[in-house]
Design a protein around this ligand. Structure first.
Ligand SMILES: [Ca+2]
Length: 186
């Protein structure tokens, strides 16, 4: 092999290593559409919403879109979730950014009363066996990272990764979620 061919071979191997590393890094996040960039208007792809949670391009931690939830004068909650099939003993780390604007007007009010957080719900089939939650966002806040980790309990076959706003009587205000990530600890 002449010198040029050796150089090309070295470059090819280096390119493969870089490609493999970046692929592995991208694959580390087990969530689909983690930054809500993919979707149609207020509906984010790959997420199951309930209670009216919507995709908005108003406040975002990254990209152009975030997820908007709000507290209301009630006892219900709202959010979105994504399910991942799993087996007992697997350890997950779930992180994400939450904020509540310190302005006024539609979609812009700080959350008062109520709370927002990340949650992992452990399911066996359609039955929820237990859940764990992160610290809560309460009141106006800049973007702040929240985190929760847990090991899949016995009998669980599905982990449900949830972002949730919980309301209480008299609560109000807006919360945004963005750049969520689920990784499997080795
Ligand atoms: Ca985003």
């Amino acid at each position: 092999m002449n010198k040029n061919k050796v150089c090309l071979a070295v470059l090819a191997v280096a390119a493969m290593v870089i490609f493999t590393q970046s692929s592995a890094r991208a694959a580390d996040n087990l969530l689909l559409n983690p930054g809500f960039e993919s979707g149609s208007d207020i509906t984010a792809d790959s997420w199951s919403p309930w209670g009216g949670c919507e995709r908005l391009n108003e406040y975002k931690h990254g990209g152009e879109w975030g997820l908007h939830g709000w507290a209301d004068d009630g006892t219900g909650d709202k959010g979105v979730y994504q399910d991942i099939k799993t087996t007992p003993g697997t350890k997950f780390v779930f992180t994400g950014y939450l904020m509540s604007p310190n302005e006024s007007g539609m979609h812009k009010s700080p959350i008062t009363g109520g709370e927002a957080f990340l949650e992992i719900e452990w399911f066996q089939g359609d039955t929820k066996l237990s859940s764990i939650k992160s610290d809560s966002l309460k009141g106006a806040s800049d973007w702040k990272q929240f985190s929760i980790s847990g090991t899949v309990p016995a009998s669980v076959d599905t982990a449900r990764f949830v972002v949730k706003v919980k309301s209480e009587a008299g609560s109000s205000g807006d919360v945004y979620f963005d750049d969520l990530e689920v990784t499997q600890a080795k």
